[in-house]
Write a protein that binds this ligand. Structure first.
Ligand code: FPP
Length: 241
């Protein structure tokens, strides 16, 4: 049986991760301020989440703000934090209604106090929801995540609770921010850039990558479904034949 994305249900990726890129270019092409691109981008977040639910995707992880993004002009950083704050204030009710579990990965302590509290409240409230796990990567960097994991593992070794000879891939995975998430099956990047930009470096080892020329503010449901179809048509080999 075919689902709304046009592929059979067993070919739907369980976990989709997205590098949302091109907000600034979308605004520039229209002679608008960059923040208008981000504002439209947050509408795409809503559309993409709804489309994932329609297609039966269980996990969606969005790269909303990187560790490196703090280096943008202070005005832009402030506007992005404002948008996140507004998203949480305005969308938490909808998140609950749609049975979405909201999570976040990254150095959440870097966020403005008010926004961090709003985020924590939304995460606590939605912790028992089951339709889709929506994870926002905020002040996130994959290398930082790996360094954090190495430090946590080293501490356990020093405390005598972990035998270094038993450290394997599962040990590393279980010390990442994503310990409770499956690895992404499909990684989508918008705006045509062929880069990973320090996103989920460990977790995407076997993910299929789809890069679309569409800019994030114009990435809609049909674009998500098209990416799912491309994924479904690929043969994943995991290093085998
Ligand atoms: C990349 O566009 C996008 C970002 C740096 C931030 C993504 C943020 C949003 C979609 C809005 C807020 C998010 C939530 C969860 C409410 P860019 O500025 O790098 O675009 P450019 O490469 O064209 O300049």
């Amino acid at each position: 049986m075919s689902n709304p994305a046009g592929v059979s249900a067993e070919k739907i990726p369980r976990h989709i991760a997205v590098i949302m890129d091109g907000n600034g270019r979308w605004a520039r092409e229209r002679g608008l301020p960059r923040i208008e691109g981000h504002r439209r981008g947050s509408e795409s977040v809503r559309n993409c989440t709804a489309a994932c639910m329609e297609a039966g995707v269980s996990f969606l992880t969005l790269y909303a703000f990187s560790k490196e993004n703090w280096q943008r002009p202070p005005d832009e950083v402030k506007s992005l934090m404002g948008l996140l704050d507004r998203f949480l204030a305005e969308r938490t009710a909808e998140i609950m209604e749609r049975n979405i579990r909201l999570r976040a990965i990254g150095h959440l302590d870097d966020l403005p106090e008010k926004t961090r509290r709003r985020l924590e409240t939304a995460m606590e409230k939605s912790a028992g929801n089951t339709a889709l796990t929506l994870t926002l990567a905020l002040s996130y960097g994959a290398r930082t995540e790996l360094a954090d994991a190495a430090r946590a593992i080293a501490r356990e070794v020093r405390a005598g609770t972990l035998d270094p000879d038993t450290i394997g891939e599962a040990t590393v995975s279980s010390h990442l921010y994503t310990a409770d998430l499956p690895d992404p099956d499909l990684l989508i990047r918008t705006s045509g850039e062929m880069r990973i930009s320090n996103f989920l470096l460990w977790q995407i080892s076997y993910a299929e990558i789809v890069v679309t020329p569409k800019l994030w503010p114009e990435f809609g449901k049909e674009d998500l479904f098209a990416a799912i179809r491309e994924y479904a048509g690929r043969h994943r080999r995991y290093g085998g034949i």
